[in-house]
Write a protein of this length. Structure first.
Length: 84
C-alpha cells in the first residue's frame, strides 16, 4: 500500500503549534503534506472548524444567570444542628 504522506527534502518551516486555532497558512501547509484529496478536504474542514467552533469561552453559572447552589451538611450535635 502506498503511503499518503509525501516526504519533502526541504524543511517545511515550523510545525503548527497545535493551538486551538489553525491559521489559513498552517491549514494549507498541512494540506500540502498529504496526497489524498479526501484527507485534504478533512484538513480544510478541521482548519475552518478550529477558527470558528473550537474556541468557545466557558461561562460560569452566575455569568449565565443561573443560581449556584452548594449542598450543606447538617449534623446533630448536643441537640442542635451544626452546618458544615
Amino acid at each position: 500500500m502506498k503511503s499518503s504522506i509525501r516526504l519533502t527534502r526541504k524543511p517545511v518551516g515550523r510545525w503548527p503549534d497545535f493551538s486551538p486555532r489553525f491559521t489559513a497558512e498552517e491549514t494549507e501547509t498541512l494540506k500540502g503534506s498529504v496526497i489524498w484529496e479526501a484527507w485534504k478536504e478533512l484538513i480544510e474542514q478541521a482548519g475552518v472548524a478550529s477558527r470558528t467552533k473550537a474556541v468557545t469561552v466557558f461561562q460560569s453559572p452566575s455569568e449565565r444567570g443561573l443560581d449556584f447552589r452548594v449542598p450543606q451538611l447538617a449534623v446533630m450535635a448536643h441537640g442542635e444542628l451544626v452546618l458544615f
